[in-house]
Design a protein around this ligand. Structure first.
Ligand code: ADP
Length: 482
């Protein structure tokens, strides 16, 4: 199969969250299974070593409205793996700055341009995919283009997939985008792209993609309801027959405690002694009291309302004050939450450490050094950190939502089975209850070790995820042919 991915993030070149990891790993895995894969993504100013990339198209004139000088871009290419090439869209004005999602007056045009440029590159080079796989809102109008403006080009026969990595981010932007992309004006109606006076990119994708995917089976059910639908649940319901949830996986090249270069000692499910070294070294690194017989609870996260960390900040002081646990957080985002966590660090020296920012190596050392990993999300489409945590024998404490509900099994003391602690309600009492459960489990070393072993033996591979995607692609191709 020829598969084209369109994505605003592609790890390791660009990443704001799980999407960068997911798009990259899925594309590589599909290529490893023998398919021909191309990934189109913007060449942001932060991407290093651009001069070492090849040039696919020196100058491509993308058919978009407005100033013709703005329509020109260069397409650079890089072999990511055998059968897998990334096409970086180089456009100084749109992507020359370092940020992935800046707030700009021309956000709509900037968001849509690279996808359109990717489709243009296909037409210019004659590489016509069987499937165009679009990731999240910036790519939402590409399935619309395939069904309308590009219908009579060789791309008109391509099946399209839209993956919703997070329904909260929709791209509700100026209707100017219709003229920019050459989309017909009749699309501006409530049954199509119109939404609150603007064009909703994601709504367009949901309505026009041949099939719609989201990143876990539970989230696929949740987004059919008003509580999780962010105003689009009725639109999602219209596509219910073509909607499915496919879990992300773990990139075992990157996340494997048996060969992780960021750790002072390696460890495995059969021999966890290295994990104790990692914890000690990490506590010292963070200037936390070593040698206390209490668990270390970790968090690595964007500090957004979605993640429920405002609730955790209110639940934690009681446990820190009584000396029942130690806590470490790495993250950034909402300014008032950053301040709140900094205050927590100041109030509980030796027990609480907070690092505001993005730090790849530190995220590995937290996963290895912590005993528990807290994810009290209000919603979580898939979540990756609970998967990394399980691979590192760090038991996730999660709210039963989306991918967290699908991947973490609640520890049952009677059955002595489970891989973490699961709680139902996104509120302070829910988190307190879950922390109590975690402390109880930690207090029974044999049970805790049993849960660690089960967590580490879980398998969340990209190969499974890629196989499920291939089945979905095959269905989409069949549907397109009808
Ligand atoms: P989301 O995509 O909603 O942010 P996910 O759990 O799906 O959440 O993925 C987040 C990814 O970003 C994980 O790989 C996580 O380790 C990483 N990450 C998030 N914040 C930081 C940070 N401050 N430093 C390092 N890695 C981070």
């Amino acid at each position: 199969m020829k598969i084209l991915h369109l994505t605003p993030e592609l790890a390791p070149w660009s990443k704001a969250g799980g999407l960068g990891d997911a798009a990259s790993a899925l594309a590589r895995q599909l290529a490893a299974l023998g398919h021909e894969v191309r990934i189109v993504t913007p060449l942001y100013g932060s991407v290093p070593e651009r001069e070492q990339m090849g040039i696919k198209l020196e100058s491509s004139q993308v058919p978009v409205g407005g100033d013709p000088r703005r329509a020109a871009c260069r397409v650079r290419s890089l072999a990511v793996a055998p059968n897998c090439e990334a096409w970086f869209i180089e456009h100084e004005d749109f992507y020359g700055a370092r940020e992935i999602y800046p707030a700009r007056e021309d956000t709509a045009e900037r968001a849509a341009f690279y996808g359109r440029a990717g489709l243009q590159a296909c037409l210019e080079t004659g590489w016509i995919p069987d499937v165009v796989h679009c990731h999240d809102w910036t790519t939402g109008l590409m399935p619309v283009l395939l069904n309308t403006t590009l219908k009579d080009t060789p791309l008109g026969r391509c099946a399209s997939i839209l993956t919703i990595h997070n329904l909260q981010h929709q791209g509700l932007l100026s209707r100017r985008i219709l003229g920019f992309l050459g989309l017909p004006e009749w699309l501006f109606q409530p049954a199509e792209l119109e939404c609150l006076g603007g064009v909703n990119f994601l709504k367009g994708g949901i309505l026009h993609a041949t099939r719609v995917v989201t990143v876990s089976p539970t989230y696929a059910q949740e987004i059919l309801t008003p509580a999780y639908g962010y105003g689009l649940d009725d639109v999602v319901r219209r596509r219910q027959a073509d909607l499915e949830g496919i879990l992300n996986g773990v990139d075992s090249e990157e996340w494997d405690p048996r060969r992780d270069p960021h750790l002072v000692k390696s460890f495995s499910a059969d021999d966890l002694s290295g994990k104790a070294f990692c914890k000690q070294a990490f506590l010292r690194e963070m200037k936390l009291d070593p040698d206390l017989p209490i668990p270390l609870v970790g968090v690595i996260s964007r500090l957004w309302e979605q993640k429920g960390l405002d609730l955790a900040a209110r639940a934690l002081p009681r446990f820190l004050r009584s000396g029942q646990l130690q806590f470490v957080l790495l993250g950034s985002g909402d300014g008032s939450l950053e301040t709140e966590y900094r205050r927590l660090e100041k109030d509980f020296p030796g027990r609480c450490a907070v690092r505001i920012g993005y730090d790849h190596g530190l995220s590995h050392r937290i996963e290895a050094g912590a005993d528990f990993f807290l994810m009290p999300s209000r919603f979580e489409p898939c979540g990756l950190n609970q998967l990394y945590s399980m691979a590192y024998g760090t038991l996730p404490i999660v709210r039963a939502t989306g991918g967290l509900a699908d991947t973490v099994k609640a520890w049952s003391p009677s059955a002595r089975k489970g891989t973490g602690v699961v709680f139902q309600h996104a509120d302070v009492a829910g988190i307190e209850w879950a922390l109590e459960q975690a402390l109880g489990l930690y207090g029974k070393p044999a049970d805790f070790a049993a849960a660690q072993g089960q967590a580490m033996r879980e398998e969340f591979s990209w190969s499974k995820s890629a196989q499920a995607h291939l089945l979905c692609y095959a269905k989409a191709i069949r549907q397109k042919q009808i």
